[in-house]
Design a binder for this molecule. Structure first.
Ligand SMILES: C[S@@+](CC[C@H](N)C(=O)[O-])C[C@H]1O[C@@H](n2cnc3c(N)ncnc32)[C@H](O)[C@@H]1O
Length: 422
């Protein structure tokens, strides 16, 4: 049976309806039309009071993607998917390596000759690379052989995390992606955390996390990349910060295990003054934490390896996007090291993706979860997990961990809560 799709005309009507919701909002709030201009704010606002605008945007993206794919048809669709995407990534790697965004003036335009002089790359090669990206509104050419910023390229200058993200993709992720099919053949159906495409590519027996942690530049890029990934409307903690009933925990100490730069702890500490947090991670992560002065007394950092017994007795152990980095056997080890410190009634809260059935979510959300699943496979020989996978994993780690609830704000990380009974 063929996949059911609306007609082109019905898609166009839905696109028009949702575009109208967005346009009406912009007009009513005295905001300019969305554009690619490097100046001004091109983001639609987020937050509960703008839910109808974001819903319209998410629907619009899904319908527009369907319309584009139908219009491309099978032959051009396959070419577009493989050929264009392949070279988009190649071009992005070049602009990262030569730090090209910072060589283009944020206002006005920069002659290609100037970028050529600064990078040592010929004008011809630069234009090949930059014009590929201009197809995606990363830079534009206001006059022949002159380059100017768009909102997307300017973001790479203004937000260091965006550039870290690009670097992480270009340096740590793209080469293993090219090796994925080979790795699947070489390693077979392994569950070892050091038998991923990443290991084949970098010829290392260290798992991806160990390797990245022991390379300071990679570790810095990874930290920035995680922060960037959490911005925007998907793969963010915002939903569970708002919706999960953290207030019911009362006065509690929360250990944020593998907490990175503490982004989840800081977001929660900001909203819930009864909660105190200890962020645990590897030494390198602690170096990059920026503490808002008003939260210094409620959020602290401690070096702790989560493959060793947990030293802190607390009410709650929080693991944000930690276990998805690990195959089941290692994830179980991490949990068992927590259980050793847990008292009756203590909780483990996982902030993770819950993988759904194909087609059961809007395209925008599903696309990012599918990419995360591929990312886990490629880099860590791991995976995103379904609710059934999560429950089974925790039971396998310790049968005294009882599943309590899952809170799943659409498109955001879910909170999965387990309580420990002695
Ligand atoms: C995907 S990141 C998530 C970070 C953080 N929870 C967040 O969401 O921003 C996984 C984290 O696990 C940390 N990690 C990896 N191996 C670890 C270990 N053996 N002990 C402690 N932390 C570790 C990494 O340094 C990284 O910060």
């Amino acid at each position: 049976m063929a996949e059911k799709v609306p007609s082109l005309k019905d898609l166009a009507i839905s696109i028009s309806e949702n575009a109208t919701i967005i346009e009406d909002f912009l007009v009513a709030n005295d905001r300019p039309h969305l554009s690619f201009a490097a100046t001004g704010d091109q983001m639609l606002p987020m937050g509960p009071e703008f839910e109808h605008v974001q819903d319209a945007r998410i629907t619009l993206i899904g319908k527009a993607k369907l319309l584009l794919d139908l219009a491309l048809g099978p032959i051009d669709g396959v070419k577009n998917l493989s050929f264009s995407n392949l070279h988009d990534l190649g071009a992005l790697s070049v602009i990262y390596r030569y730090n090209i965004p910072s060589l283009v003036a944020l206002e006005g335009e920069t002659p290609i000759g100037e970028i050529s002089k600064a990078t040592g790359l010929s004008e011809r090669r630069l234009l090949t690379v930059l014009r590929q990206l201009m197809l995606h509104h990363v830079f534009y050419e206001p006059r022949e052989n002159c380059v100017a910023h768009t909102a997307r390229s300017a973001l790479l200058v203004r937000d260091p995390n965006a550039m870290d993200w690009l670097g992480h993709i270009a340096v740590e992720c793209l080469p293993p992606t090219a090796k994925l099919s080979e790795a699947l053949e070489v390693f077979g159906s392994t569950d070892k955390d050091n038998e991923a495409a990443f290991n084949l590519t970098f010829n290392t027996k260290e798992n991806c996390i160990q390797y990245i942690s022991s390379h300071p530049l990679s570790a810095k890029r990874f930290g920035g990349a995680l922060a960037f990934l959490g911005d925007g409307d998907a793969v963010s903690y915002e939903g569970i910060v708002q919706i999960y009933p953290w207030g019911q925990l009362g006065v509690s100490k929360i250990v944020d295990v593998g907490g990175g730069r503490g982004r989840l702890s800081f977001a929660l500490a900001e909203k819930y003054s009864d909660l105190t947090f200890v962020v645990q991670d590897q030494p390198e992560m602690g170096k990059h934490i920026e503490y808002p002065p008003h939260l210094m007394d409620r959020v602290s950092f401690e070096v702790h390896d989560f493959f060793t017994p947990q030293p802190i007795v607390a009410e709650v152990y929080l693991l944000g996007a930690v276990l998805h980095d690990w195959p089941d056997n290692k994830a179980i080890e991490i949990i068992q090291n927590l259980v050793a410190a847990m008292k009756d009634g203590a909780r483990i809260i996982l902030a993770e993706n819950v993988k759904m059935q194909s087609g059961s979510q809007p395209y925008f959300f599903e696309a990012i979860i599918r990419a995360m699943d591929m990312q886990m496979l490629t880099m860590f020989n791991s995976q995103e997990r379904t609710l059934a996978d999560w429950k089974a994993l925790m039971q396998k780690a310790d049968h005294r961990l009882e599943f309590c609830r899952v809170v799943s704000p659409p498109g955001h990380f879910s909170a999965l809560e387990f309580v420990f009974h002695t």
